[in-house]
Design a protein around this ligand. Structure first.
Ligand SMILES: [Fe+2]
Length: 127
C-alpha cells in the first residue's frame, strides 16, 4: 500500500497561537506560511496546516503523536512547565496522570483551540 496521509487542516481559533503552541510544546521549528495556512511538518512527512476557523465553531479533533521516550520526557516537561492540564485518558477523567498502555507512556492535553492532543511512546497495536 502506497497511500500516506500527507496533510490535514487543523481549524484553530487563532492559527498563530495554535501553531506556536504546537511547535513550542513539541520542540519543532516555527510554522511556515503557505497561502492561508501555517504549516508544521512532523517526522513522517505529515503536514499539519493550521487555519483560522474565521468565526466558525471549531469542532474538536484528536491528534495523536508517536514520540520516543526522551521526546516524551521533553514534551511532558513542557506541559508541566506551563501548568497545562493533562490526563491519562481521552475522556479526561484521570487528571494529572499518564497511562502506561502497551508498556509505554501516554498522556492527553489540549491545544489552545480545544483539540485533544496525545503523545504515546508505543503505538496502540503494541508493535
Ligand atoms: Fe488516541
Amino acid at each position: 500500500m502506497a497511500i500516506k496521509l500527507n496533510h490535514t487542516i487543523v481549524h484553530s481559533k487563532d492559527k498563530r497561537a495554535a501553531a506556536e503552541f504546537f511547535t513550542e510544546i513539541f520542540g519543532l521549528p516555527k510554522a511556515k506560511r503557505f497561502y492561508d495556512f501555517l504549516d508544521v511538518a512532523v517526522a513522517n512527512d505529515v503536514t499539519l496546516a493550521f487555519l483560522d476557523a474565521d468565526g466558525m465553531d471549531v469542532q474538536m479533533q484528536h491528534y495523536a503523536f508517536l514520540v520516543s521516550e526522551p521526546e516524551f520526557d521533553q514534551i511532558f516537561g513542557r506541559i508541566k512547565g506551563r501548568k497545562l492540564k493533562y490526563w491519562a485518558d481521552p475522556g479526561r477523567k484521570e487528571e494529572g496522570k499518564i497511562n502506561h498502555h502497551f508498556g509505554g507512556r501516554g498522556v492527553y492535553f489540549e491545544d489552545p483551540s480545544g483539540h485533544l492532543l496525545e503523545i504515546i511512546t508505543r503505538p496502540y497495536e503494541g508493535g
